[in-house]
Ligand binder design. Structure first.
Ligand code: MSP
Length: 500
């Protein structure tokens, strides 16, 4: 089976911050895990470059929208590189390949009668690029997300008949309780649906920075429809001369933050149904990274100014440490605070002490007591028992995108190995020549445990895991069980994985 995972495409009117990195890393973990499991995998990320906020930002900077998107899209691409994302393509919604495909799909939706012309009136947030319903309006007509005044807008639009998808969507949610994960997000989508769907704007007349509506060239498509379609259009032109749609559609996971739940769990499946395309298998909705703002913990965002810069953290500590921190610190799916102090503390206690030290000690002891080799002897069955079923458990959790739970399972075994070292005290065994066989067995078992946790950590720590597996002389990522016997090969020394 194929595996296709996507990030939201990010708005280019603001610089990338840790919140964007968070979703991207999560998708990368899922993609790397699927590849290691031998699945035919495609991982997509990119930038959302149309819409009014881009025009406003360009005006402010005294440049053209085109210049703005070219410069800022590059920053997101640079972040992807720095995070060592394994994405297979980076889509930009200003790509010609995207634009023509959006037009073709929406023309089809038009021709099947899912659209009509009408007048739109309502409170509009330019930053959300969204009209707000009664229940979504903050105090004094402000946007509850961006805390800026909403505008009363009235214009001639094309509308998408979202309301006609009420029943098909209800059926989708009934038949597929894992369509939206985790459960609380599914419930939120359902309760939105239960309020009754209203038709939504499909085009905008007052804007020119967008994809032109083929049957009404003075209009551009409402930016959300243009943006959502990226998940499908990319497959059409990511590989020159090849259409990957049949191979990868429908997506396995769209991973998104909870701010864009409505678009992905309601609008998107309805639009796909209208276009006669299959709906994705899962939308996974994660929570917000929080950070102090005016003395309160709030969503990290540019408008609040409480952002952490992923570039600075990576420069000092490397991408793996950041990847580890985010999913240890905040349960994936829930909100949680992050900070530089929290980062440093986890770096020291978990990466440097628990994991890095375990690796150094194991390699050193093999060097000193076993001539730098892992003995081909029967391994400790008690330790093996503590690892039984671990790979399958991690697979099961990651199949539901439960990244923090998967990492916790693995980390319990890192701790188990540290206890094993203390319990068996190889340095004591080494003083007793009659226990040489036991010493060999303990160290070979430890090496196997370290190899296995490292294979399972690979999606989370792509750089350091490879370094360590190479040092162990076992680079392959496919061996995901605790072996019955030591592998009988040489190991080599490495510099501390996570220096203090
Ligand atoms: N362009 C739209 C998405 C279109 S997808 C078809 C958009 N872009 S965005 O730049 O605002 O990025 C939103 C995404 O960034 C969120 O859904 C989330 O994945 C991520 N995050 C931004 N801030 C975040 C936090 N403070 N915490 C966690 N994730 C955050 O919306």
């Amino acid at each position: 089976m194929s595996f296709y995972v996507t990030t939201p495409i990010y708005y280019v009117n603001a610089a990338p911050h840790l919140g964007h990195a968070y979703t991207s890393i999560a998708c990368d973990v899922l993609a790397r895990h699927a590849r290691a499991a031998g699945e035919d995998t495609f991982f997509l990320t990119g930038t959302d470059e149309h819409g009014e906020p881009v025009v406003l930002a360009a005006e402010r900077d005294g440049i053209s929208p085109r210049e703005l998107v070219d410069t800022n899209s590059e920053r997101f691409r640079a972040l992807s590189d720095l995070l060592e994302l394994s994405n297979d393509f980076f889509i930009r919604t200003t790509d010609a390949g995207h634009i023509t495909r959006v037009q073709a799909i929406l023309q089809r939706v038009h021709d099947s009668g899912h659209v009509y012309r009408g007048t739109y009136e309502g409170w509009y947030c330019p930053r959300c690029a969204d009209f707000k319903s009664e229940s979504e309006i903050g105090p004094e007509n402000t946007c509850p997300i961006h805390h800026i005044p909403l505008r009363w807008e009235s214009e001639e639009n094309w509308f998408f008949r979202l309301s006609t998808f009420q029943e098909p969507l209800e059926r989708l949610f009934d038949e597929r309780p894992d369509f939206v994960l985790p459960r609380h997000a599914y419930n939120e989508a359902r309760s939105f649906l239960a309020q009754g769907l209203q038709d939504v704007s499909l085009s905008r007349a007052k804007l020119s920075w967008g994809v032109p509506v083929p049957w009404e060239p003075d209009h551009v498509f409402y930016v959300w429809f243009d943006a959502l379609l990226n998940y499908v259009t990319a497959l059409g032109y990511a590989r020159e001369g090849e259409d990957l749609t049949a191979r990868f559609w429908p997506a396995t996971f769209h991973v998104i933050g909870k701010d864009i739940l409505k678009f992905h769990t309601i609008y998107w499946p309805a639009l796909l149904m209208a276009a006669e395309l299959a709906v994705p298998r899962h939308v996974f909705v994660h929570g917000f990274l929080l950070s102090p703002h005016d003395g309160e913990l709030e969503k990290m965002s540019k408008s609040r100014g409480n952002v952490l810069d992923p570039f600075a953290i990576i420069e000092e500590f490397g991408p793996d440490a950041l990847r580890h921190y985010l999913f240890r610190e905040v349960t994936f799916g829930a909100d949680g605070p992050v900070s530089l102090e929290g980062f440093r503390s986890r770096y020291d206690t978990e990466l440097a002490n628990e994991y890095g030290n375990l690796a150094s000690r194991t390699l050193n002891m093999l060097e000193r007591y076993c001539e730098g080799r892992v003995a081909a002897v029967a391994l400790d069955s008690e330790l093996a028992g503590d690892f039984a079923g671990l790979g399958a458990r991690v697979d099961e959790l990651l199949a539901r995108a439960e990244l923090s739970a998967a990492l916790e399972e693995i980390w319990q075994r890192v701790r188990r190995l540290n206890r094993y070292v203390e319990e068996r005290a190889p340095w004591q065994l080494a003083k007793q020549p009659e226990r040489a066989a036991e010493l060999e067995r303990v160290l070979a078992s430890l090496a196997e445990g370290l190899r296995l946790v490292t294979v399972l950590l690979h999606p989370f720590l792509p750089g350091k895991s490879v370094e360590l597996l190479d040092a162990l002389g076992r680079p392959e990522l496919g061996a995901r069980e605790f072996a019955g016997e030591g592998w009988g090969g040489p190991v080599s020394a490495i510099a501390p994985l996570f220096p203090k």
